[in-house]
Design a protein around this ligand. Sequence first.
Ligand code: PMP
Length: 400
Amino acid sequence: IFSDVESAPPIEVFQMSKLYNESTNPNKVNLGVGAYRTDEGKPWVLPVVSTAELQMANDRTLNHEYLPVAGLPDFRTAALRVLFGSDHKVITENRVEGFQALGGTGALRLAAEFLKKVLKFDIVYVSSPTWGNHKGVFKTAGFSEIKEYRYWDSETRGLNLAGMCEDLRAAPPKSMVILHAVAHNPTGVDATKEQWAEIAKVCQEKQIFVLLDCAYQGFASGSLDEDAWACRFFANQDIDLFVAQSFSKNFGLYNERIGNLAVVTKDPKKLPEIRSQMEITIRVMWSNPPNHGARIVATVLNNKAYFEDWKGQIMTMSSRIKKMRHELADNLKRLGTPGNWDHIVKQIGMFSFTGLSPKQVEYMLSKHVFMLSSGRISIAGLTPKNVQYVAKCMDEAVRA
Ligand code: PMP
């Protein structure tokens, strides 16, 4: 029965991790996967996560019963508060509800299912370029048209706002768009507040439904509030809106698959119907979500002292990444590497879109520096020990 099954193409980012793990080269560096690393190049369990886990392990009132279909209530409300701020009008006016999902990916998948099956959307716009999984998730949910809007301007290594707005203005009726809320993956280029206002205006004029993908709250500026600016701004416009939230990065809970889909509605009277449709959509996908990650996040967000600890630990991560951006750019400057590398410092979040060509990336791989063929590197994979080597390889790649 399986004789006609052919191999699917490898998933590039996991392929890079595999090559990295298999490499015996002492200089090997993994700049593929978007996961935080310490100065020693090690994964980091946030101390506040360990504290919450210990507390959970000692709490004999907890059990392993099924969670409600929509998720752990304490988690869902706390996630919304961190996203919008507790006094945001969508919260005080009861116009938002969260649905626990399997990471940010699960939140996107749930959104896509609901948009296709319940709201009958068929056309989605994604940025060019975008995170590799956006297209796959929406295609799998049955969207017939996955269209791209211009985003990255390779000349300026910045945002092509005019191109983006022009493409969105040309969107057919009943289109929806995925906007990266903060720390755009893969380019590291975000809209300014003024540019966001222009983007929102186009979406409103053309009645494009907006899904904000918020996978890096806290990772861009180090401030949860600042990084939620675009989400809060859109929610302020009195529109219907989805936000897919991920706690993989800002809690370092990559393998716990903890995310939340925030549904903002103009009309709070519709929330019971929305909730029932969401629940039935969840029921056939994962039935009910896992507990562990949700309980950790809820424990931290609902305890003032832990919440403060968490904010400090987010700052530790975002500051280290910023420091490594500077070190990489400084090393390239020191080497006199041809070209301008200021964008490495200017770009935001976990990634840098280096501008290296596929051929130059091939050279990097031959030196056991693993990165994506698009030229994207995860800055979190740089350490004081490997940054010089990475810069040297980049220098050689550019000159080759
Ligand atoms: N959206 C974007 C833009 C991302 O970069 C990622 C993670 N790489 C996700 C969503 C999914 O996050 P998660 O790991 O929580 O599924």
